[in-house]
Design a protein around this ligand. Structure first.
Ligand code: DC
Length: 240
């Protein structure tokens, strides 16, 4: 497994990278915000959820019994996963294939949360890959365990959240914009279930690191959040 960061700000040996960790529950807007702040601050954006999702995709493609942890671990051990950057966008390469287009389905999201991301052997591999990426690049990395586990020494840690109602309504409007009707109550229930799974799993549960700045976006616009986090990056020493 390798971390191929072809992006900006690649570091040579002996340089300390500037790393920002963003954690928070599903639907808090982490990826939208992290992507925008990365662009503004000239950092590489690392989406760790996509790495876990890629492992789930492989498990689904192999048709594995989802109760069979040994089998899932075997499949993940045999997988070659790398990350590269194209026009500033992260591409997840699974066994030689760009799988970005297959990662954002409900099925992959739910199984990642309920099965694959709970397996210690899978997490070990992902954490190592993420740490390699962070060691060689100035980056902003989002996930669930970045500030608490992957990058305990990150220069800046942010815990980005919003009420489950607000997150559900944002998702509802996003779907509506794409012409998809949905039930906000059901979306909210799914979000709360995902929160519970992410916060109560045995290994690396989602929680705010002690030294993380809490940003509750329930009453904020996307632009306001980007501006607040960019300012926090500047204060932490980012030089765009
Ligand atoms: O951020 P996301 O929705 O793409 O993440 C999908 C799932 O992956 C999420 O429910 C929990 C898991 N995940 C994790 O356990 N640790 C991370 N660092 C990132 C994601």
């Amino acid at each position: 497994m390798t971390a191929a960061s072809g992006g900006r700000r690649r570091k040579g040996m002996g340089h300390m990278s500037f790393n920002v960790a963003i954690d928070g529950p599903a639907g808090a807007g982490k990826s939208t915000i992290a992507r925008a702040v990365a662009k503004k601050m000239n950092l590489i954006y690392v989406d760790t959820g996509a790495m876990y999702r890629a492992m789930t995709l492989l498990v689904l493609r192999e048709g594995a019994d989802l109760q069979d942890k040994e089998k899932i671990v075997g499949i993940c051990r045999g997988a070659k996963i790398t990350i590269r950057y194209e026009d500033g966008e992260q591409v997840v390469v699974l066994n030689g294939e760009n799988v970005n287009g297959f990662l954002r389905t409900e099925e992959v999201g739910n199984l990642t949360s309920s099965v694959v991301s709970r397996i210690p052997e899978v997490r070990e591999r992902m954490v190592k890959l993420q740490q390699e990426l962070a060691a060689c690049s100035d980056c902003i990395m989002d996930g669930r365990d970045i500030g608490t586990c992957v990058l305990p020494d990150a220069r800046l840690k942010i815990y980005l959240t919003a009420s489950s109602r607000v997150r559900a309504m944002r998702r509802y409007h996003e779907l509506l914009d794409r012409g998809v009707e949905s039930d906000p109550e059901k979306i909210q229930k799914d979000i709360e279930e995902r929160d519970y799974q992410d916060m109560h799993r045995e290994i690396s549960p989602l929680r705010q690191a002690e030294d993380a700045v809490l940003v509750d976006t329930s009453e904020m616009s996307v632009e306001e959040v980007i501006s607040v986090i960019s300012q926090l990056c500047r204060e932490a020493g980012a030089a765009p």
